[in-house]
Design a protein around this ligand. Sequence first.
Ligand code: AMP
Ligand code: MG
Length: 325
Amino acid sequence: MKRFILAGLLILFIVYGCGQRFPSKKEFLMDTEVEIILPQGNEEDFTAAFNEMRRIEKLMDIHDPESEIFRVNKLADKEPVKVSKEIFEVLKRTLKYSRLTSGAFDVSIRPLSALWVGKGKLKEVPEARKIEEKLPLVNYKNIILDERNQTVEFKKKGMALDLGAIAKGYALDRAIKVLQGRGIKEALINAGGDIRVMGERVWKVGLQHPRKENEVLAVIRLKDQAIATSGDYQRYFIKERKRYHHIINPETGYPVTECMSVTILAPQATQADILATSVFILGSEKGMELIESPLKDVEGIIIDAQGKVFLSSGLKGKLRINSKI
Ligand code: AMP
Ligand code: MG
């Protein structure tokens, strides 16, 4: 017997083998439904994990005037802004991935993402003039991190950060860390399709077809791993038969059109989340090169704009794709 869980903005279905039902709880946070499954957890363990994810949500919320990131966005183009060690380390990590992806991943995307996906947007194509205007503000090389003083500064006025491509992954890793600290040995956390599992158990998750909401394209086995998907079907609108979505090429200022979806498997969710967004922008050729590069234990499934499926070397022969795109 199989059981499927389907949530609002879901990218993956979770399939448990053998009909086992484990204690689970769902809450709506980080703009999506988050489910935590703990085969041996108690009430306090669930609460601790959800609380940690709420803490990260707040820490990274660019709209919350009390969040650190809000303060950075408001002030860092005028003066160095002191931040917590946690935010400093997260930013360091994003810059590392910007270098690794030749700037495809850029945490300073906010001036452009605000045009496309700012509160209540993602309905209209912004004026070309406005996109042109914001383009020079997006460049991770203009973020100055001062290790000694733990400060962030922007070289250009009007720059701003957007942690949207990393927040869910980071929250998953943090929640798992909290559970480990409480002695939990097995867990699965699903944040709208980005998933991290912990422990010796093998979990099966179903990859969603990028154009057919209820179809499982492939069943993926996960053990002590994370999986994240970036797709053009998660947040989008269609205008004059063209699809516009929330992942933006920092070079052009427009949503990228290379792929329908990119799924990354990695040891940790932060890395999987960043890489899914990055590979989505890089496209199948450069993206697969990145997956196959010396990144350790990283695998990926790329579905390009024509519906062609590319599997990384570690998945070839192991993963069955069930239907045509
Ligand atoms: P994801 O769904 O994980 O691929 O993340 C998409 C989100 O990341 C968007 O909603 C934006 O907040 C942000 N984003 C969009 N384009 C980029 C980019 N080129 N680099 C970094 N973050 C981006
Ligand atoms: Mg991502």
